[in-house]
Design a protein around this ligand. Structure first.
Ligand SMILES: N[C@@H](CSCCS(N)(=O)=O)C(=O)O
Ligand SMILES: [Mn+2]
Ligand SMILES: [Mn+2]
Length: 321
């Protein structure tokens, strides 16, 4: 019955201007080509593919201070926010396929419009919480979280094509897992705001089961809110997902990544998931690209009910001769 099946809406966001490395815009179609839709349907999901957004060029998109491609990033996220709202209004759990992590700005904003209070689980080697004034690179894929949280509003300057955006998440409603490459300024911001973080040190110390238990305790400490999972494929160890723009040694194992998505699935609260930063041009071999794309697919299958112990139809009977 439809009421207990996962209803999934997929949006492709082939966008790369939040960073400098070409290729990440190919992520959506690579993940589809690896069979995401068919595999989700094969595990009983009802799936609607809304296709890829098309992002026009932003003319004369000169840097503003250090910020690179600000107008393109602002416009792309405005479009994405509207598309996510539509998927949510159709009653689906939203799957946003990136594209670089600056797309979380539009994905989370669009989600927050339709589901007022959200918990955000940010799985990433990086904190992505630089502001336009702290960023060491000017790449907006290293900044999305600072644009989204209420407590950082006064630290974000007015940026062309971002006038549609308002902060929509409270610092207490964000949890990080996988951190291992955090800038000093970001570290200060995380501590100053008291944001809950499980760096790779905590993953090693506690083990992933305890990390997920404490993550859920934190997210559900007050009211249970819909969960937005923003999964940067570079959270996984480069031995698993090398085809990404900013790989960092000492990441999550494939098993830890799958455990995270299995656990989030069983809360029944997953409302949107981003799968970002898959970049085929950063893979040295075809196998590196395949390993990265297959991990992204398997993580998403874990979000929507696949469990490693296996499963069977409720009415299955062993055939008689
Ligand atoms: N902290 C650095 C690197 S951020 C890496 C962005 S991502 N989305 O995690 O790959 C910066 O701000 O540019
Ligand atoms: Mn990252
Ligand atoms: Mn990221």
């Amino acid at each position: 019955d439809l009421h207990h099946q996962h209803c999934v809406g997929i949006i492709g966001a082939p966008f790369s201007k939040g960073q400098q490395k070409d290729g990440v815009q190919k992520g959506p179609d690579l993940i589809r080509a690896a069979g995401l839709v068919q595999k989700l349907k094969g595990q009983g999901c009802v799936v609607k593919d809304y296709g890829n957004l098309s992002f026009e060029e932003a003319p004369n998109d000169e840097p503003i201070g250090r910020l690179k491609s600000p107008r393109a990033v602002g416009r792309a996220n405005e479009l994405l926010a509207g598309a996510v709202q539509k998927v949510k209004s159709d009653g689906n759990t939203c799957v946003m396929l990136g594209g670089d992590h600056s797309l979380a700005i539009g994905s989370i904003f669009g989600h927050a419009i339709s589901r007022h209070e959200l918990s955000v689980l940010w799985v990433d080697a990086h904190a992505d919480i630089n502001t336009p004034l702290t960023t060491p690179t000017g790449n907006i894929h290293g900044q999305p979280v600072s644009y989204l949280i209420h407590e950082m509003h006064s630290k974000i300057p007015i940026i062309p094509n971002f006038s549609w955006l308002k902060p929509c998440v409270a610092a207490k409603d964000i949890v990080y897992i996988g951190l291992r490459d955090v800038d000093p300024e970001e570290h200060y911001i995380l501590k100053y705001l008291g944001i809950k973080t499980f760096s790779m040190t905590e993953v090693d110390r506690l083990g992933i089961a305890k990390v997920m238990e404490q993550t859920c305790d934190h997210m559900f400490s007050k009211v249970k809110k819909p969960i937005h999972l923003s999964f940067d494929i570079d959270a996984l160890d480069p031995s698993v997902s090398p085809a990404t723009g900013t790989p960092v040694a000492g990441g999550l194992t494939y098993r830890e990544g799958i455990y995270i998505t299995e656990h989030i699935c069983q809360t029944g609260l997953l409302s949107a998931v981003d799968m970002v930063e898959v970049n085929p041009k950063q893979g040295k071999t075809e196998d590196e690209i395949k390993s990265t794309v297959n991990a992204a697919v398997d993580l998403l299958l874990g979000c929507f009910g696949r469990v490693r112990e296996g499963s069977h139809e409720p009415d299955y009977k062993i055939p008689n001769p």
